[in-house]
Ligand binder design. Sequence first.
Ligand code: FAD
Length: 318
Amino acid sequence: MTDARHAAFAAALRDVVSGRVAKDEALARWSTYRIGGPSTVLFPAGPEDVAAALMHCRDAGVPWFALGLGSNLLFPDEGLAALVIRMGKGLDAVTQDGDRWTFGAGLPAPTAAKRTASAGWGGVHKMVGVPGSVGGGIAMNAGCHGAEWRDTVESILVVGQDGHDRVITAADAGFAYRRSALGDVVVLATTVRLHPEAPSRLEAETEALYRWRRDGTPFNQPCCGSVFKNPVLPADWPADKPRTSGQFIEATGLKGLREGAAEVSPMHANYFINTGGATAADVRGLMRTVRTRVHDQWGATLEPEVKLIGADGAVAPL
Ligand SMILES: Cc1cc2nc3c(=O)[nH]c(=O)nc-3n(C[C@H](O)[C@H](O)[C@H](O)COP(=O)(O)OP(=O)(O)OC[C@H]3O[C@@H](n4cnc5c(N)ncnc54)[C@H](O)[C@@H]3O)c2cc1C
């Protein structure tokens, strides 16, 4: 595998894109966990930079990684050999055509939620508390308070390694609980269908949901939100036993458990916090301990919701 951190790769990339190419950039700066080692990061100026970078990676035999706001990731301490393509400004346009809204992948989901709510369109307003980008929300089929991206998505504009754009319909996106199956593509934009509703009602709802987040989760500490997905339980699982991952972890008495500088949040047991200087190894170690202890006590298996990223940019097992 060729490494995107080689000086020659970054120099050649600069020749084919107009956005900034940062070498030896600490990924900790670009993940809400504040964890992750040195990598080469492209900040595309627009969709054509994404296409050019993907083709450049293909030709150079270098893996790539699409990064949104880094709110569902644990990057490795040693950084990535993959080129990180960070979707943000330049890829964050918003357009409206009747009930169809199109959001650039780099737009923060809370911005999409607030903008549509104040314009009197409901459907993505509940995403106000999901601190990721639109592209990351589509890739993860993120959701909260009973709403998911798949509820409103009509189509997704993507670009693949051949540098060509194509449109994927919602039916072909492979949406499931907290995942999609879009394949090796970068999401550039998505079009959703929303419904008209009184702005005052939508704004009151987004405000209430935001307060709920602020008061019930350590959302402003370095973390990735929920660490584990809720487990799939047998239909006859007793009503008096825990059901969600947070309930399992709390009922096992693990709130406040630490490994290095990583801690199971005393506020919400399925949030693991970087209390300052935590490494990816700390968080992984804590996850393994929690998973084992919950399984030993309840027989339930917790699967990671956070994406544990390996040096090649692929998702690695716990
Ligand atoms: C405090 C907190 C609360 C949270 N609450 C929730 C919640 O209630 N519900 C929920 O679902 N999630 C929640 N999350 C997790 C996270 O915010 C979501 O999964 C979010 O959608 C991730 O978006 P992102 O832009 O940060 O993606 P990233 O973390 O940057 O990436 C996540 C995955 O998406 C891929 N990806 C990102 N952008 C693109 C793109 N343009 N094209 C292709 N692939 C892409 C990445 O390669 C990676 O595999 C929370 C996180 C935090 C920190």
